[in-house]
Ligand binder design. Sequence first.
Ligand code: ADP
Ligand code: MG
Length: 255
Amino acid sequence: MIEINDLHKSYPGTVAPAVRGLSLTVDKGELLVLVGPSGCGKTTTLNMLNRLIEPSSGGIRIDGRDIRDDDPILLRRRIGYVFQDAGLFPHMTVAENIGVTPRLLGWNGDDIAARVETLLTLVKLPDLGSRLPRALSGGQRQRIALARALAARPSIMLLDEPFGALDPLTRDEIADDYAKLHDDLGLTTVMVTHDMTEALLLADRIAVMRDGVLVQTGAPRELIGSPTDAFVARMIETPRRRAQRLAAALEEPEA
Ligand code: ADP
Ligand code: MG
């Protein structure tokens, strides 16, 4: 469970804060999608959850503990992070990339090798352990980034626009696979996207951000049924109109 309490972040030398007064609880086992336009503070929020960025004020508790009281390396074990651009180490093989956190935690070589094998199978790329990242497709890279984030059996997963750069077919495939992994492994997930369609399809609950502020939180149905303001209504309108046009295009012509 993640509890975020009145979080603020101002970067030095900037006028408007990147995140303002964000309070949010993510329940254990929940898949929360944080959605909003580019620059609204999504990555900043994720980075504060993972202690890559220090908040200006406010607090974060994970499973009841203030993350400032946690050893940073142990926090890495509890939280898996998938970066916006996969962020694989280019000079390391796929297997070495996946083993990074277990190595940091001092696991022995046999345990790491076994874990890497398991994860490669889990993300459906069993034969790619000895490849370098540059010899992978975009979709494969994202799957390996996912495996790396899962390596130390975290209870929390943070994903920053993980499928944004992929072609639609690959994106849907990996997104569905991730949703299943999330359920099977009992993970608590915060996934970031600017794509409301993706949010509506994947989320247990959606949190909409605008200009550093959380404007509405609710299940997809609640957002669709009662958007709190014109901004949320507009974000919902595009996927709705596309769905209607698609439904019309797919309709059988009258005989
Ligand atoms: P998002 O991920 O939603 O696109 P970000 O969290 O990356 O948004 O950025 C939020 C705001 O903070 C933007 O206005 C961005 O320009 C600014 N910002 C992000 N990182 C820095 C930084 N290191 N220094 C100064 N400003 C930053
Ligand atoms: Mg971002």
